[in-house]
Design a protein around this ligand. Sequence first.
Ligand SMILES: NC(=O)c1ccc[n+]([C@@H]2O[C@H](COP(=O)([O-])OP(=O)(O)OC[C@H]3O[C@@H](n4cnc5c(N)ncnc54)[C@H](O)[C@@H]3O)[C@@H](O)[C@H]2O)c1
Length: 360
Amino acid sequence: MEKVNVGLVGLGWPGQRHAEGVQGSDLGQLYAACDLNAARRETFAVKYAPQRLFADYDEMLADPSVQAVVISLPNSLHFPTTLKALHAGKHVLCEKPPTLNAEQMRQLRNEADSRGLIYFFGRQMRFSGSVQAARRAVAERRLGEIYFAKTMWVRSRGTPGGIDGWFTDRSRAGGGVVIDLGVHAIDAAWYLMGTPKPRTVSAQTYQKFPQLVKAPVFDVEDSADGMIRFENGSSLLFEVSWAANLPDDIPLGKWGSRELFSTVVHGPKGTIRIVDVLQLHPSEKIPALTLFEDRNGKLETVELPFEPVPHEFVPQMQNFLRAINGVEPPINSAVQAVKLMEILDAIYESSLRGHEVVLS
Ligand SMILES: NC(=O)c1ccc[n+]([C@@H]2O[C@H](COP(=O)([O-])OP(=O)(O)OC[C@H]3O[C@@H](n4cnc5c(N)ncnc54)[C@H](O)[C@@H]3O)[C@@H](O)[C@H]2O)c1
């Protein structure tokens, strides 16, 4: 297999993790890096030593040595930058959310398909040890036919800002906590459920705590909940918040306020629960992966062992680069990105209209 020259654009927290992903993979070469912000560029260059540094991503895309681009920019730039990269003949790994809506994502899927390029959306948590072990338990039919799941990523106080407050600005983020944490929470359950086709969505978004942060613009939701029904008869309840007065059954998060990212998937033979322990305060001792199993009518609790993955961005990058080499399909595919964005569109539409939305 051939090593792929990777160019990164956007050098904040996820951009740096992707650099480590490239360096941790035997198939990638950290060739170029780009950011508008000179201080971030310089700090990045000292730590990761890419061969070329850019302030302008058009210039990076014009470099024929760049074969694949990893985009970690504010959300509103995901679509135009991915489109430009595909037009320039580059494979793309773009951070979540894939785009601002499903229509944009359909365009990217068609563009990548027609050019024979790989499109991949960033969802590193699919590659964690606990999620992979849960997938194996589902595949071994330890749950039976999945009929229901409940997923949440809730914070009592944890509204993000980004480099200049873009996370709470609809024109640059496309939405609030739904498009930010909701993508992770919903995908965590949807992936374990086998990515069934969504049929209806009923949801409500709220904006109750803008006063907690000093944001130049705050015109997005800071919490939401809802229900998604799938064509196979299963359903998913979700709850997300950047800020809420959460009760004390929600544990302490790593920043000291309450926080929980947990996904529970039910089948008649067993229920599996995944807790993202990376988000927890060190004082909290909740197991990462637990199976609640029916054994001849008796409910047993089994802590499932799994091989921890020290850095989830490494196997994610490895899958992207192997997909470019044509040896395995991309796990975070364009087809799934379209479906995820359809779910997100329907959540916002349902909230706006005040009733359930039927997906076509
Ligand atoms: N996978 C994850 O767990 C995870 C975690 C955090 C953020 N994200 C996603 O990553 C993306 C970036 O988030 P972040 O937290 O790094 O935001 P950030 O604001 O910290 O960083 C964005 C970077 O993009 C740069 N930038 C903005 N416009 C640019 C342009 N036109 N050309 C070049 N550089 C430009 C900024 O200077 C900044 O360094 C978001 O889409 C977010 O949803 C994913």
